[in-house]
Design a protein around this ligand. Structure first.
Ligand code: AMP
Ligand code: GLY
Length: 418
């Protein structure tokens, strides 16, 4: 099977590592890719936001399966274009990807499917914003309704900051959603689906804030770990029955079947499990810890989802132990990351590349805010965490920063369920 991965982050590097260890994969390409994926996969330049270009590349390269990593090509219709070219594609249609692309669309689907989520107030203009904030009360949750690359949400007790974020989104021509605040620890649960059958993966936890102790601004994700030793027994079955399966069934009922990766961002609140958000793709950095624990060959699984044959797929097998990934970020991330700095020591085991490139002289240089996702597995979370940080210590990037507490609260048994 010739497999083409679309994207250029550490998620795509993790996908390439898993795909390259599947004996069914005879050729692997990752476009546009990064300095890390280049060691495993062929690369070519690509505008990932152009569905026609994605389909043309897939046809020209002779792909048997295309795996689309990021949300932008999905929302633009890349999966539709690839399927129109008669190539199997892992990833939802543009219509189905609206479950991530529009938070209000996701709310409608959840309401129709009876899926528990935060109460929401859609805001059409500045006057409604104040009323919605009054009704919701603090802490305030103010969201950009559309795709915002992880920067669309502000959670704050500072009313002025909440109002300012709402105005920023409205002034940019966007739509705002004010939401009820959800307490309790967050869980990311991925499910592979062909639009009918749903296979959940292992639950993971992301660390979204920039700094230790969950301080600082929201980011795309500063690190992750899996599995979750503190998760209640039966969590995955419960989320499958109350969230994932009803959502997939509702999408099919609407004539917009969702196939690909359905990512449920959940809060385990005092009133039960609530959906914080859906994404239409593998999460980053959670993929970097979930895939190293998956023993089932990945290409066969994704191909079964892409071709509607997941019901015949054997149950997933998992390796024992745990995985931890620590994001090494460029100075200035997330507001204004500096790029172009040399990165050394980044070819060791477990070092997944995110924003990197190779210059004409063969030097690896930073090319994005999140530069590396340094990953390790181990017999338990404490061991995986220790190895991951040893590996972080071996990389060099001027001015780099990373959190020192990834998975620490879980290792120390400090995560309390409300
Ligand atoms: P989202 O883009 O919807 O995933 O939001 C980004 C992050 O903001 C989430 O991972 C949460 O940490 C936080 N967040 C979003 N919605 C809520 C909510 N209703 N209550 C509390 N925190 C939230
Ligand atoms: N880990 C957050 C995301 O992928 O959206």
């Amino acid at each position: 099977m010739r497999v083409l991965v679309i994207g250029s982050g550490a998620r795509e590097h993790a996908l390439c590592v898993a795909l390259s260890s599947d004996p069914a994969v005879t050729a692997l390409a990752c476009t546009p890719g990064n300095a890390g994926t280049r060691a495993l996969a062929e690369a070519a330049p690509l505008d990932v936001g152009d569905p026609v270009a994605v389909a043309a590349l897939a046809t020209g390269w002779g792909a048997d399966l295309v795996v689309i990593g990021p949300e932008v090509p999905l929302v633009a219709g890349a999966a539709d274009a690839v399927r129109e070219a008669d190539i199997a594609c892992f990833g939802p249609s543009a219509e189905a990807a609206q479950i991530e692309g529009s938070k209000s669309f996701a709310k409608h689907v959840m309401a129709a499917a009876g899926v528990p989520t935060a109460r929401a107030w859609p805001v059409g203009g500045a006057a409604e914003l104040e009323t919605a904030l009054d009704e919701a009360g603090p802490p305030y949750v103010v969201k950009d309704d559309g795709l915002a690359a992880g920067k669309g949400v502000v959670v704050t007790t500072d009313r002025d900051a909440a109002v300012a974020h709402g105005h920023r989104v409205l002034d940019a021509g966007g739509t705002v959603l004010v939401e009820e605040f959800l307490d309790g620890p967050e869980v990311s649960l991925f499910a592979v689906t062909d639009g009918t059958t749903v296979l959940p993966l292992l639950p993971a936890q992301d660390h979204k804030r920039r700094d230790d102790g969950d301080a600082g601004p929201n980011t795309g994700g500063m690190g992750a770990y899996a599995p979750l030793p503190w998760a209640p027994p039966g969590l995955v079955d419960e989320v499958l029955a109350t969230v994932l399966q009803p959502t997939v069934d509702e999408m099919r009922r609407r004539g917009e079947p969702f196939s690909g990766l359905l990512y449920a961002g959940l809060a385990l609140t005092s009133r039960g499990v609530r959906v914080v958000e859906f994404n239409a793709r593998f999460g980053d950095p959670e993929t970097q810890v979930v895939l190293p624990l998956l023993e089932t060959p990945l290409a066969g699984l994704l191909h079964a989802a892409a071709t509607g044959t997941l019901a015949d797929h054997p149950p997933l097998r998992w390796r024992p132990g745990a995985a931890v990934t620590v994001v090494v970020a460029a100075p200035g991330y997330p507001e204004a990351p500096r790029t172009g700095d040399p990165v050394t020591g980044a070819d060791g085991e477990g070092v997944l590349h995110a924003g990197t490139t190779v210059d004409a002289r063969g030097t690896v240089r930073s090319a994005g805010g999140r530069v590396l996702a340094v990953t390790a597995t181990g017999p338990d979370l404490a061991a995986a965490r220790q190895t991951a940080y040893e590996r972080v210590a071996a990389v060099r990037l001027d001015g780099a920063h990373w959190r020192t507490d990834i998975a620490l609260a879980a290792v120390e048994g400090r995560i309390a369920l409300p």
